[in-house]
Design a protein around this ligand. Structure first.
Ligand code: SLL
Length: 154
């Protein structure tokens, strides 16, 4: 299993969250009474490009106030949709396809529910969607040959 000496392969992706306050007239029926927002945390390709040829699964570790706080998503879309009342740090662990022989990589995302300037009453009334996302690149240093071939379509 030879490695591509001195070669680094970069793969871009996007991770982050989207959140929106409940519509007061139309709360999700199953949401606990103290919950105020619906949100989604995700890992995806840039422009929704397929990433599943290198990304095998994603584990999202939510705040321990959530039941089953560790959520493992085995196929795209790699995302978790939830409701809640508070912001917290989400641990995101990326697992790569087995032929990569790569160890998982961990990143963190701050779930953001409230827009900046939330004290401005008008914003709250508009129930604006709060998006917080980052462009990132995973670097595979000297990938094993079989993975190099997968990455480069060779
Ligand atoms: C805070 N440090 O105090 C944070 C904790 C916890 C968020 C936020 C509800 C979980 C559930 C929820 O939104 N937890 O009821 O299942 O702001």
């Amino acid at each position: 299993n030879t490695e591509a000496k001195g070669v680094s392969v970069f793969r871009p992706f996007v991770f982050g969250s989207e959140a929106q306050p409940f519509d007061p007239e139309n709360r999700p029926a199953n949401a606990p009474p103290d919950h105020t927002h619906q949100w989604r945390v995700f890992v995806k390709g840039v422009n929704d490009e397929d990433v599943s040829y290198w990304l095998r699964k994603v584990q999202f570790k939510l705040h321990e106030t959530y039941a089953h706080s560790v959520r493992t998503i085995e196929q795209p879309p790699f995302e978790v949709t939830e409701t809640g009342w508070g912001e917290f740090e989400i641990q995101i662990k990326l697992y790569f396809v087995p032929e990569s022989t790569e160890k998982p990589q961990t990143l963190w995302h701050s779930l953001k529910l409230h827009p900046y300037g939330n004290d401005i009453e008008g914003k709250r009334e508009r129930r604006e969607k709060v998006v917080s996302q980052n462009y990132e690149e995973v670097i595979f240093n000297e990938p094993v040959e079989q993975f190099y071939d997968v990455l480069t379509g060779g």
